[in-house]
Design a protein around this ligand. Structure first.
Ligand code: GLP
Length: 251
């Protein structure tokens, strides 16, 4: 059971065709939403220190990782037995490139929490990432953001539900939004993501409102890969008021 922080002011539960629950937690500010998810992750690490967690990058996650580090200082959490799989990485980027997700992972998560280098991994084209995940026992909780075009990880519109971790071409929209010179990336696939035991998607800001509305109104739509998540048996969307502004939660 996911703990719910006191900053959540609305909870809505939807059922998919298979009867699985999708929860939406609506918070006020983006800070509230990020803290809510940080608390879920921290409580998970406290109750299950050997958890395998899938992590995301992006601006949305910055206040989440800051909160995680603050909670770690306050509670002295044992992270030494955890393992962390990042969702994606640009292709051909050097590991010390400032725009690489490896640098993001080190600066926002690994170093602030004092984790070891052998506790995390990012995908590259020379390894079988899905096999690594299987060998780790599978992902217990996968954290996701969402692109304005509905991408998850770097599964851009047109991605198949059956996709595994692979090389992907980035859409022009994503390259412009992320302000990056890279054209390709390696990303966990949709199937890889759906195999996680629990999925939590964090979306904040009005630039995500259309994508969130689309997700709620569509199912298994390749034009918006995040719609594939709705068949997962344990999916939680955590939104701030802006990301939730185009959906009618009636709460
Ligand atoms: C990226 C990442 C995604 C992320 C998304 C949104 O490029 N590959 O994992 O969720 O875009 O990023 P942001 O949080 O900066 O809006």
């Amino acid at each position: 059971m996911i703990p719910i922080s006191n900053v959540v002011f609305g909870i809505r539960i939807f059922y998919n065709k298979a009867g699985a629950k999708m929860r939406i937690l609506q918070c006020g500010t983006k800070q509230d939403a990020a803290e809510t998810v940080a608390l879920m992750l921290v409580e998970r690490m406290q109750s299950h220190p050997a958890s395998v967690i899938g992590l995301a990058t992006g601006l949305t996650m910055v206040p989440l990782y800051e909160t995680w580090a603050r909670l770690d200082r306050e509670r002295s959490i044992d992270h030494g037995r955890g393992f962390f799989f990042f969702l994606d990485e640009y292709l051909g980027v050097s590991p010390d490139h400032p725009l690489s997700f490896r640098q993001y992972a080190l600066n926002h998560f690994i170093k602030p929490l004092g984790l070891r280098e052998d506790q995390f991994v990012l995908p590259n084209e020379h390894q079988d990432y899905d096999q690594l995940i299987r060998e780790a026992g599978g992902i217990d909780l996968q954290l996701l953001g969402i692109g304005k075009n509905g991408h998850i990880g770097f599964n851009e519109p047109g991605s198949f539900k059956e996709s595994r971790t692979r090389k992907v071409r980035l859409s022009e929209e994503t390259r412009i939004t992320n302000k990056i010179p890279f054209e390709e990336a390696v990303s966990m696939g949709i199937s890889t993501i759906l195999e996680a035991k629990e999925i939590v998607l964090l979306a904040t800001g009005d630039s995500k409102a259309d994508a969130i509305k689309y997700v709620l109104n569509h199912h298994d739509d390749p034009n918006c890969p995040a719609t594939y998540l709705k068949s997962h048996p344990s999916l939680t969307l955590v939104l701030d008021a802006e990301a939730a502004s185009k959906i009618n939660l009636k709460i």
